[in-house]
Design a protein around this ligand. Structure first.
Ligand SMILES: [Zn+2]
Length: 231
């Protein structure tokens, strides 16, 4: 089997891009998780203040293990923070907690892109399975033509999912920045700048994921269109 050099370049470029983006998140997090927020609040307390100020009373804030495993779970209405951010009093901890609280607010306000993203989780998971099955020999069973069509559609679904993730993430970060200022959870100046660096680096990983998905999708789409032309 010969690997197309264009595809090899796409794989190298997207791998390098996502490695760079996740390195930036880790290095900014490491740096600003040592900078204490003058408000003296932990991530959990900051999230609780934001939820309270937004009139949200049915979301639980819970700690979990694992670094940067923070997320909002809309199914169980749980705001999950890694222990470092749950108990931590750093500007990074408060910023990340505020971002997750931003997702809880989106959920409470029925923010359309969040709901669209939630609705798309099932089909995106299936698209991921199809890509894996085809990659692990399935393409020899269904034939090159059908495999190319399935790859294109699946990568298209994954790309759209990454696209709809962008407004969800950027909006949660915008809400976080605004609310920590309004509620004085992180003080203006150096503290807020540090927090912004952590949140902006995290947002960049979603841009990197979208660009990777877009390139992969376009590559397969071009091959599909070219193969139709040859027939
Ligand atoms: Zn998020």
């Amino acid at each position: 089997m010969v690997i197309d050099p264009t595809y090899l370049m796409i794989i190298i470029a997207t791998t390098a891009l996502s490695a760079w983006a996740s390195w930036r998140v880790k290095s900014n997090f490491q740096r600003y998780s040592t900078v204490r927020a003058s408000s003296g609040l932990t991530g959990a307390q900051a999230a609780a203040r934001i939820l309270q100020a937004s009139g949200i009373r049915d979301v639980q804030i819970v700690p979990t293990q694992g670094t940067l495993s923070d997320h909002y779970d809309p199914m169980n209405k749980r705001l999950v923070l890694c222990e470092e951010n749950y108990y931590g009093q750093s500007v990074a901890a408060v910023g990340i907690a505020a971002h997750e609280a931003g997702h809880a607010i989106q959920h409470a306000k029925a923010y359309a892109p969040l709901h669209l993203r939630m609705a798309a989780v099932g089909i995106t998971t299936k698209a991921g399975w199809i890509v894996s099955i085809l990659g692990f020999g399935g393409m020899f069973l269904v034939g090159a033509k059908l495999a190319l069509l399935l790859f294109t559609v699946s990568f298209g679904v994954i790309m759209l999912f990454q696209l709809i993730t962008l407004p969800v993430e950027f909006d949660a970060t915008a809400r976080a920045k605004r609310l920590v200022g309004e509620l004085n959870l992180v003080y203006p100046g150096a503290e807020q700048q540090g927090m912004n660096k952590v949140l902006d680096a995290a947002a960049l990983t979603y841009v990197a994921a979208f660009l990777s998905a877009l390139l992969t999708f376009l590559y397969h789409l071009m091959h599909l269109l070219n193969s139709d032309r040859r027939d």
